[in-house]
Each structure stands twice: as structure tokens, then as C-alpha cells.
Design a protein around this ligand. Sequence first.
Ligand code: DGL
Length: 276
Amino acid sequence: MNRNIPTIGVFDSGFGGLTVLRSLLSLVPSANYVYVGDTARLPYGSKSRETIARYALSSAHFLAEKGADLLVIACNTASALALDDIKADMPIPVVGVIEPGAEAALHTSQGSKPHVLVLATAATTQSGAYTRALHALGLRATEKACPLLVPLVEEGWLAEPAQAAVTLEVLHIYLLEALAQAPDASILLLGCTHYPLLKPLIEATLRNLHHPMRIIDSAEATAGAVAALLPRATAAPDVSPECQFYATDSVDKFQRLGSVFLGRPLHQVHLLDLGG
Ligand code: DGL
């Protein structure tokens, strides 16, 4: 790896963080990237705080050992439940996705104080992290747990008509329930890094429900927060940055599904054992 440019460590429970890496590669191109997808222990979203913090810390330590100068927790669940533990344990800057996402909602709101509906995993919603971050910015918030969405995205039930119909039905139920709790919500925050892949289906569902909303995903906002910390890395690279990937389960699956999330082929995928 070229040590004249910073190395950014990025991790997620699996593939979703690749949507954050995608934004990082375009906004912060003069950096090397090491990405960990903890696919063997996914999903994090249904696990306890202690387990999520333990898993997230093991990825953070691995990335620090690989020479990361900065860490991005590209997972809402790990950001919601383990950001403080990781910050306390790491001698390098750590960026999570929750605060950048909340700030993006504030910028979208153009001075008004709208009601933000956050779709996320059960662990993220139970933590209340988004509600706290949005309230701190003077916004109203309702969080809705959508535990079936991550498996549907992982299975790639997004495009093939019969499969997409199932995903649309699930989205319809979740959004109907959520909007019954927050009928005046005008901003929809995608509080899980898997959900950007569902954006076209979410838009279709909102059209069906006659409830237009502005949709925010925190990937770009998070990349913006990293760009602010590493301004020199936002220039076009004059050396070749490197991207390495580590998956804790099948390298083949990571390469295949990961390319859908990243929007480009994945090379240099290695198998990683982070323990139990
Ligand atoms: N990537 C995780 C998130 O953003 C969702 C996947 C999981 O539950 O592990 O919350």
C-alpha cells in the first residue's frame, strides 16, 4: 500500500457498508481502503449490545493492525451500539454513520423542523441513537424496525418480478405501520446500510401509499464527514490507491454480492477469521 496517502479502514457486518465505501471512493479518492465484511456473524441487527460491541471491536482492531489512519463504522447497528466503545479503544479517529445521517436530514429540511421517519434494524431502533441525534438537531423522529429487509437484500430479491413483488409487499406493510405512527413524516432516513439498494422499491411503495417523502441515505453524508477530516485526500489521486477486502465467510459470495453493493467488480478479497 502506498503510505504517502492515508489508509481508511471501513467495516460492516457484511455487504451494506460497501454502499458507504462507494461514496468514499468518489468523495475521498486519494486514500487506500481496507474493508472488513463480518459476513460470518451477520446479521448484527438482531443481536445484543454486548455482542455487537465485541464483534465491532474485533474488526476495528484488525483494521488498526492493517495500518488504518482512520476508521469508518459503515454499519448503522454498530454505530448505534458500539461507537463509544470503539472511540474509547482506538488511538485513531473514528467516524460512524448516525450523526452524518441526522445532519443530512437537517440540511434537507431547509430551515423547517420536519418529522423524520427512520427505517433501521431492531437493534438500531432499540438503541434510540437516531432519535437522540435527530432531537439534538431540533428535528422530530420516529424509528421503525424492519427486520425482514436485510435478508431480502442479502438474497437479492430486488429485481426479478416475482421476488421484487414479495419485497414490495413487505415494504408496504412496514411503511403503512410506520406512517400510522408518523403521519406527518416528510423525510425518510435509511438507517441501515443495506437499504440504499431498496431505494427504487421504497419510492414505488411511497407512490402507492400517496405519501411522497425525501429519502436520505447516510452513505454520502458519512463520506462527507471523512472528507472534512482528510481534505487532502479529496483531490484526484496522483498515485494508485489500493482497495483490499476481507470477508469472514465465503469469499466467492462476497465477490458476487459485494459487486452489486459497490457498483463495480471486487478484487483482492481475502478470507478473515475474527474468531467466534
Ligand atoms: N449493515 C447493518 C446496518 O447498517 C445491517 C445488517 C445487519 O443487521 O447486520 O445496520
